[in-house]
Design a protein around this ligand. Structure first.
Ligand SMILES: [Fe+2]
Ligand SMILES: [Fe+2]
Length: 439
């Protein structure tokens, strides 16, 4: 945590308070009375004590107000935390709060572009002069909040005082808070420095947490990606199947109103739904002709095998329903448990539609790919027997909407799913676009 430099240069000596001026005047009068010297000395001593009491009282009141302001700011930021989802939003939240606490003063969050030494304002509304850049550099190196009075014009027109604080996530510098005070506004005081110090420390901790969560998510995604690639490599005909099923399932899930967390879990479930095929013999998995009853039974073990693989990862517990039940049929004729209708978890019903649609539109060892219209027709025939009729209708409408009037859209959709196999980051961009568009 940065330490506060509470001393400020060029502070004028404090004027005596009104009660003190009165006591001084009485002391002068008493001293002029016969034998009044001793009484005047005692009065001066008393005046000194009163002065200390008054100063202490004022200091305590100021400190109390400052603590109250800090608590209020921390409380408000905490209340708004559910609104922030990334680092930039965390910084913006604190900038907003600082602007309210330091009304009349300009609040900027400045950072260095990667690989550059030049400081830039995130909102691009602060002119960073050489004097200011030097000050920011020093403050970030020392890790302490500092208040400085710039030479005239050195920090921009009208700026008569500047307060700077570094924002650190652990040992890493994230940015710096720069507060500049125009002429005619109240001076920065020690309690302002304390407030800024509290808020930037909180901001830094939150950013650190966000980074840890992000790292954890990246690790999980890398793990899922490795597992999915392993299945893909086992059978060239199903290459990319899991990613496309994840893509379609996510589109459908968003359309039926799943929230972001549910969509993420749905996608992971879809990505892993066939992972159990790792344990299916190659002569069965790649067989071109009809499977014998024994081979069929072996093939039908794959959802249970997928379940056992995914079950070993506690963080993926939410994805188990789709993995285990994606071959259940709406009329109860599926496997492994023969669940019926709404007994089949929603996650599994969503994945099943995506799974069948992708299987139909992909080339298999035993047939060519159907075009998307034919695949939707076949899915419609399966409504109520194999697939959930309501979800089938929603999916058909969704796909038609996207593809009906644009001949190139189908190819673009496949290419997009293909790109996701290699770059999960794009998926995140799409997610944010969807949020923005209210999709
Ligand atoms: Fe499957
Ligand atoms: Fe599948």
């Amino acid at each position: 945590m940065p330490s506060t430099t509470a001393t400020k240069p060029n502070s004028p000596p404090a004027e005596p308070a009104a009660p003190m001026r009165e006591l001084e005047a009485i002391g002068l009068e008493v001293a002029q009375l016969p034998g009044g010297q001793e009484a005047a000395a005692r009065l001066a001593h008393l005046a000194g004590r009163v002065e200390r009491f008054v100063a202490e009282h004022e200091g305590m009141a100021e400190e109390l107000l400052s603590v109250y302001e800090q608590l209020g700011a921390v409380f408000e930021v905490t209340r708004r935390l559910p609104e922030v989802h990334n680092e930039a939003q965390v910084i913006e939240l604190f900038r907003e709060r600082l602007r309210r606490s330091f009304a009349g003063r300009r609040v900027s969050m400045v950072r260095q572009r990667p690989g550059e030494r030049v400081w830039v304002d995130r909102a691009e509304d602060l002119q960073i002069t050489p004097w200011l850049a030097e000050l920011i550099e020093q403050v970030c190196a020392q890790g302490a909040v500092r208040v400085e009075t710039p030479p005239t014009g050195a920090a921009g027109p009208q700026v008569v005082e500047v307060m700077v604080a570094p924002v650190r996530a652990g040992n890493t510098l994230v940015c710096a808070a720069v507060l500049s005070r125009p002429q005619g506004t109240a001076e920065f005081r020690a309690c302002d420095m304390n407030l800024l110090e509290t808020l930037i420390a909180f901001c830094g901790d939150l950013i650190r947490n966000h980074r840890l969560v992000h790292e954890l998510r990246e690790t999980s995604i890398a793990m899922v990606r490795t597992l999915v690639t392993t299945v893909d490599q086992k059978d060239e005909y199903t290459s990319g199947h899991s990613v496309r099923v994840g893509y379609y399932a996510r589109l459908l899930g968003a359309r039926v109103g799943l929230n972001q967390n549910e969509l993420q879990t749905l996608e992971w479930s879809a990505l892993l739904h066939d992972i159990g095929k790792i344990g299916i013999r190659d002569d069965v998995l790649k067989k071109k002709g009809k499977l014998t009853p024994e081979e069929l039974a072996h093939m039908r073990e794959h959802p249970t095998r997928s379940f056992k693989v995914v079950q070993a990862v506690p963080q993926l517990a939410g994805a188990l329903d789709g993995v285990l039940h994606h071959h259940e049929h709406y009329d109860g004729g599926g496997y492994p448990l023969g669940l019926k209708g709404d007994e089949i978890p929603l996650q599994a019903r969503l994945i099943q539609i995506a799974d069948i649609f992708d299987a139909l539109t992909s080339t298999r060892s035993y047939r060519g790919a159907y075009d998307w219209r034919k695949a939707l027709d076949i899915l419609a025939e399966e409504a109520g027997t194999t697939v959930d009729p309501h979800l089938q209708g929603v999916f058909a409408a969704l796909i038609r909407e996207r593809l009906e009037h644009d001949e190139g859209a189908w190819r673009a959709m496949l290419e997009r799913a293909e790109r996701l196999r290699h770059n999960w980051e794009e998926e995140e961009e799409e997610e944010h676009r969807c949020e923005y568009q209210g999709a």
